[in-house]
Design a protein around this ligand. Structure first.
Ligand SMILES: [Zn+2]
Length: 131
């Protein structure tokens, strides 16, 4: 069941940290009023501000990350996990995003490892001249 954010955003003072639509905020999906409400909360709540910063950075990483092959098993396990969590606890998108962040960081890490290895060891010499 999806939650209608507009209903609880009316009562700004009582908005709890866990109700904060941070992911949508970072993704720029909120309307101006909701965005302002979240921004106000972020100014007053260090925890959420830090979380928003992490989300934003993660988002940037995700956008910068080049697609790297991970094992199919890993993908499937991740997907299963995301689905299960999604069914179990709706609204906890942060958990799913956390897993996605781990996956993204892992991909970045693997990409670094991979490119480092190929350029150092067995890269064909024409690979650089390619571009
Ligand atoms: Zn908060």
């Amino acid at each position: 069941m999806r939650r209608d954010f507009s209903s609880f955003l009316v009562s700004k003072e009582t908005m709890m940290c866990q109700e904060l639509p941070l992911v949508d905020f970072v993704d720029g999906l909120l309307d101006a009023e909701s965005r302002a409400t979240v921004a106000t909360h972020l100014r007053e709540c260090r925890k959420c501000a830090a979380l928003a910063k992490t989300l934003r950075e993660t988002r940037e990483l995700l956008q910068q990350a080049e697609p790297v092959e991970v094992s199919q098993q890993f993908e499937q396990q991740l997907e299963t996990r995301l689905r299960r969590d999604d069914l179990k606890r709706e609204g906890l998108k942060l958990l799913a995003l956390g897993l996605a962040a781990v996956a993204a960081l892992l991909r970045l890490f693997l990409a670094r490892l991979g490119s480092g290895r190929t350029s150092a060891a067995s890269a064909p010499s024409d690979k650089k001249a390619d571009k």
